[in-house]
Design a protein around this ligand. Sequence first.
Ligand code: SF4
Length: 407
Amino acid sequence: MQHASITSRRPTRQIHVGKVAVGGDAPITVQSMTITKTADVEGTLQQIYALAAAGCDIVRCTCNEIEAAEGLARIVPRSPIPVIADIHHQYKMALAAMEAGVHGLRLNPGNIRKPEHIKAVASEARDRGIPIRIGVNGGSLDPELYDKYGGKVTPEAMVESAMREIAYFQEVDFDLIKISVKASNVPLMVEAYRQLSEATDHPLHLGVTEAGPLPGGLLKATAGIATLLMEGIGDTIRYSLTADPVEEARAGRQLLEALGLRERKNVDLIACPSCGRAEIDVIDVANRAMAAFGERQIPLQVAVMGCVVNGPGEARDADIGIAAGNKRGHLFVKGRNVAVVPESEMVEALVEWAEFIHEHGVEAAIARVDTAKAEREAAKDRSALLAEKGEDVNNANERIVEIRKKS
Ligand code: SF4
């Protein structure tokens, strides 16, 4: 379902994280990371289940102490999605995590630097068939490379860090590799990934690190990740937000769906931005509709439009939509008016129709009503509104009289 405007995906090798394929022609996957203590097995599993429900394909948990590794031994067999252990500083934690049965590791070459340690981990991973992500991070770059590149974090320095790690892995004949070169600076991160994709065909994990709280963090992460995906670069993604990790999973999923890189799983709610013609509070109705659909897996595009004058036409591609007019809600399916409901029942009707279409299809939905009658009703409200608001949406003449009275 790749859209023609996306540069064709750069060919990469394929690896498997547990049962999930990454790279090659595998769908681009969404990752997130738990924020519980990994030793808290029940709490961590609860978060993993919530992440999986929100669209996360692979989860990462920190493995920073022996209790965390023990926790992983209990978490892994009960997790609905593959589990990766995040390792910093202590190579022995990587060995412990593999013993715990994790499906993958993330190593930071900036803080595990001894070649014998790196090779010990890679040899064990090779014997067990466990993939490793080389997770270069602009904020924790190897100090030697930092100095080499003039005391600056540059795309070249980040790529060199990744390539050095690959060379150590090659020495022990290990190639189940994916790579990330994350930075919190978007142009730096984009350039680092571009250079990396020229230098290697290992699958790439995209992310803008420490993107921050919502909404700025979402924008930064999207700017970096989407730019690269549109260039055909990237095999798996993670939003690093200072927020509930469920937001990360949702964002990742929604971005891939918006770019046409993953099949739609949940409702895609579109809504007009509202304007002087709006007959309802579009923001309120759209939010209520969002809440009513929640996490329901109805892969349809649903529209909330502020007026029946332009709404059904502007959202004619939506599977189901509603437009307001004269205190009534006009439901339309693929641009065809199908029913009229009181304004207070708009959201309920929208959900009911979406469920029906999801189960029985568009044709069956249209067949169950008198579309000609619905169209007559819509036309009536449309012309009433046009007569009332057609020439002067903002009632300027009346407002000017009021302004003059008060000045
Ligand atoms: S659908 Fe109607 S209310 Fe919404 S932006 Fe368009 S003209 Fe304005």
